[in-house]
Design a protein around this ligand. Sequence first.
Ligand SMILES: [Zn+2]
Length: 100
Amino acid sequence: MLLIHCPYCEDDRPELEFSHAGQAHIVRPTDMDGLSDEEFEAMFFIRDNPKGIILERWRHSMGCGRFLNAVRHTVTDKFLKTYKAGQPRPTDKDIEDLLK
Ligand SMILES: [Zn+2]
């Protein structure tokens, strides 16, 4: 069973308690009216789909209900780190250290 660490509950919980909520750290423009159709499409629909590390939002929907962010490897499905929503994204150096 895949366990995900909830940084709010401070516990490793079964994956079934969590809901995937998309890519993390998406910066939405403040001036939506000023976007072209292509810029809007890119902002709204286009997401990273790497073979390797991705930063994602998850929700502990069957637990505390709070949103969190995760560093996950898409090939191994291993969660390298979870952290509270609103905390800064890990640096490239942080991610390199997680992979060691
Ligand atoms: Zn939780």
